[in-house]
Write a protein of this length. Structure first.
Length: 395
């Protein structure tokens, strides 16, 4: 249970200070998406998709015509794919296949109407709102699908999945309020509930250490607190922490030697940090360790969308409010959870597990070579981080 997991985390962290507890974002995405496809709207859309798929699979002549068109038009991605309750990722596969094969499906019905006479599929396909709904559900499921696919291929990093979490937030926020308002409201409610379980301090630090993003307005003190906490676990002390804090301030303000330009699409973050040459280079050491975990910036989300989403996150953290604001839609939908039994879905969901990641062991894979290793007097480890930050008068 949750209590046992928290106790295990405290015991491990106490005995092995270099181990930092980090929530698994992939699991968070899994929980969010599993809840979303339980919404009545999503279940209805997937059910209609299954009607279409079943017809082409069970009616031999219809299936043969579909395959001929599929081969002739060289549709990338293959044919129709079913959705299975045991795996939410198949819901995206299902909606994706329906959208990819839309023209083939419609052409088959137009050219061979007798094969579809008196079937439910005619009513479904002729409804333009059905295709709009499929597209909306597809967009919401796309970000977690990409994240989980990345995890399965063992190419993901914490940052890449975190960006997918931001992309999912953007997808939900961009759902039209005029159509399917209830679906949007329920998705927001689900995202907010799961968001409350998640701590992003380490991920904010990773973004801070990315030279392209660097500055996160309003959270610098919080980022510094996370940095110093990790620095102590890396055998840092009061003296070196003071120096690290000063270096982070200079880095935030683009002062020398941190005023080097960075190209998001062609530069390497690690190489950029390797160009920073100074005595007691604590910030470089910490940044390279953190970026060994958070070394991925997803280019499929626009800079503006990413910055806006992060701004929303920062505001939610400081005001202790939900990430999304639902007040604007209150008059249009009085009861967010009515007719969907969404509370039952939440009560049956297991509490998110914790992933324990040893920073030291991960960093062993990063080759950071120095011809001469400088001996540093870190100072005592017995000091108050909060007091140090207060004395620094950080903005």
């Amino acid at each position: 249970g949750e209590a046992s997991m928290q106790l295990a985390i405290r015991l491990i962290s106490s005995k092995y200070p270099s181990i930092v507890p980090i929530r698994c974002i992939a699991h968070l995405l899994n929980l969010i998406t599993s809840d979303i496809i339980k919404i009545k709207f999503a279940k209805n859309i997937l059910s209609k998709c299954q009607v279409i798929i079943k017809h082409f699979r069970t009616v031999y002549r219809a299936g043969a015509i579909f395959k001929e068109e599929l081969i002739e038009q060289l549709i990338i991605g293959g044919g129709l794919k079913s959705s299975y309750k045991s795996r939410w990722s198949t819901a995206w596969d299902c909606t994706d296949s329906i959208l990819r094969c839309e023209l083939i499906i419609k052409a088959a019905i137009d050219n061979h109407p007798k094969l579809f006479k008196k079937t439910e599929i005619i009513k479904i396909i002729s409804d333009r709102q059905f295709w709009i709904n499929v597209e909306q559900l597809h967009k919401v499921l796309e970000a977690p699908k990409q994240a989980i696919t990345s995890v399965e291929s063992k190419t993901a990093t914490l940052a890449s999945i975190f960006v997918d979490l931001l992309k999912m937030a953007n997808a939900i926020k961009k759902l039209p309020s005029i159509q399917n308002l209830e679906f949007k409201r329920l998705c927001i409610n689900i995202y907010n509930r799961r968001w409350a379980e998640f701590d992003i301090d380490l991920f904010l630090l990773g973004y801070f250490f990315h030279p392209y993003f660097r500055f996160l307005p309003g959270v610098f003190c919080r980022v510094c607190h996370t940095a110093l906490s990790i620095w102590l676990k890396m055998d840092g002390g009061k003296y070196s922490s003071t120096q690290l804090l000063s270096q982070m301030t200079s880095y935030k303000q683009y002062e020398d030697p941190y005023d080097i330009s960075f190209d998001l699409y062609s530069s390497s973050v690690q190489n950029w940090w390797m160009t920073i040459d100074q005595r007691n280079n604590h910030i470089q050491k910490l940044a390279l360790k953190i970026l060994a975990i958070l070394n991925y910036i997803n280019q499929e989300i626009s800079d503006e969308d990413l910055e806006n989403t992060i701004a929303d996150i920062i505001y939610a953290m400081f005001t202790e409010t939900e990430l999304f604001n639902n007040e604007e839609d209150e008059q249009e939908l009085e009861n967010l959870l009515s007719n969907n039994n969404i509370d039952n879905a939440f009560s049956n969901t297991d509490i998110m597990l914790e992933n324990i990641i040893d920073i030291t062991s991960i960093i062993d894979n990063l080759e950071l070579e120095h011809e001469f290793e400088e001996e540093v007097d870190h100072g005592t480890t017995n000091f108050d981080i909060d007091a140090m930050l207060d004395n620094a008068n950080l903005e």
